[in-house]
Design a protein around this ligand. Structure first.
Ligand code: DGL
Length: 272
């Protein structure tokens, strides 16, 4: 029996932050990382068109990969399409949604920042998380229009413009009546890629919540419950990568995937 295939899905390279944690949790699983890079960034898409695109691409990926489980390693996709993905495909899905619940439980100042894409910030799903779990807090939501792209550029070797990054994160640093933001939820899987740079430009020190370790634990639990036990089999770990662009559309990203252990990319050419 070969190792369980886990399909990790994002619009770009952000989901690699989740893949890293899943690899840590399940050292011998076969990870297939799929990026809908032909449609990147998802943050600016109109909702109905995005759901249609995600369902279409996911159908192609599932047929090809036949995974035991899918991780939607993208908040922008999970907050709009998770329910429909689960209705459409009969396999387990683990989603990624802004970690508002733990942030609201941990804040001492009562002011929580949420950095996410403009799409995630607009979602009813995100509003419901705030309503259900953080009604006792002041939640400062900010749709960072350019951060996912800044993170992608960094992985492609372009130096991060710290001034631009500072302007992107500044709105979640809020002060009122002697209290200020003490926790910032990273509500986009690209943002942990900018952790070092954010620490350089933050107006004051806060704690950032990266949900990747919790998602990885959830993946391990779901696989265990589904009795897909062979994810822990001692075979050499295996990573592969599928991109929805042509090779020409992804050439500049390939060294970054390779550096993170994802070699031999395949190109599906699923144009928008
Ligand atoms: N990484 C994605 C997320 O978690 C979004 C990036 C984008 O395509 O805008 O939301």
């Amino acid at each position: 029996m070969s190792a369980a295939r886990i399909l990790l899905f994002d619009s770009g390279m952000g989901g690699l932050t989740v893949a890293r944690s899943v690899r840590h949790e399940l050292p011998f699983a076969h990870l297939v990382y799929a990026a809908d890079n032909a449609a990147f960034p998802y943050g600016a898409w109109e909702e109905q068109a995005l759901v249609k695109r995600i369902l279409f691409v996911m159908g192609e990926l599932i047929e090809r990969v036949e995974p035991a489980l899918v991780v939607v390693a993208c908040n922008t996709a999970s907050t709009i399409a998770l329910a429909q993905l689960r209705e459409t495909f009969s396999l387990p899905f683990v989603g990624t949604v802004p970690a508002i619940k733990p942030a609201a439980a941990q804040t001492k100042s009562g002011i929580v920042g949420v950095l996410a894409t403009p799409g995630t910030v607009r979602r009813e799903y995100t509003q419901a998380l705030i309503h259900d779990f953080a009604s006792h807090c002041h939640v400062v939501l900010h749709g960072a229009g350019r951060m996912a792209e800044i993170a992608e550029r960094k992985l492609k070797g372009v130096p991060v413009n710290l001034g631009e990054l500072k302007a992107e994160i500044a709105p979640v640093f809020h002060e009122e009546e002697g209290r200020r933001t003490d926790i910032v939820v990273l509500g986009c899987t690209h943002y942990p890629l900018l952790a070092d740079e954010m620490a350089k430009v933050e107006p004051w020190v806060v704690r950032y919540i990266d949900p990747a370790p919790a998602i990885a634990r959830r993946v391990a639990d779901v696989l265990r419950d589904a009795e897909v036990q062979d994810a822990s089999k001692p075979v050499p770990p295996h990573n592969s990568v599928l991109l929805t662009s042509s090779r020409a559309g992804a050439e500049d990203a390939l060294p970054a995937y390779a550096k993170l252990g994802f070699h031999l990319p395949e190109f599906l050419d699923l144009r928008v």
